[in-house]
Design a protein. Structure first.
Length: 100
């Protein structure tokens, strides 16, 4: 049986932009961009490849290095956990329908 994968890209700056945009009525998009630029922080840009067998490959798109799940923090870790839970639930529902 083939071990298929589900690929997701996480760009941390986009995450913070959309989170701020959705949670405020007082900041304009340009103001949010300026605020994020002024932070002078490194924003993660990772590609996640989740496999049906439960394994995951995480690539830092800036360096092409592999990242271990235990190295993740903050918004990237939150993204990883939420996607992992979503895929586990989806897999369980598919199996329930298959064997019902």
């Amino acid at each position: 049986m083939m071990n298929t994968s589900h690929n997701f890209r996480f760009i941390e700056r986009d995450y913070w932009y959309h989170k701020t945009l959705c949670n405020t009525d007082h900041l304009l998009p340009g103001q949010i961009d300026a605020m994020l630029d002024e932070a002078h922080t490194h924003y993660a840009d990772y590609t996640f490849k989740f496999y049906d067998d439960g394994s995951v490959t995480i690539i830092d798109n800036d360096t092409n290095n592999r990242i271990k799940p235990r190295e993740l923090t903050g918004a990237v870790y939150d993204f990883y956990i939420r996607k992992r839970i979503y895929l586990i639930k989806t897999n369980l529902m598919e199996k329930q329908l298959q064997y019902a």
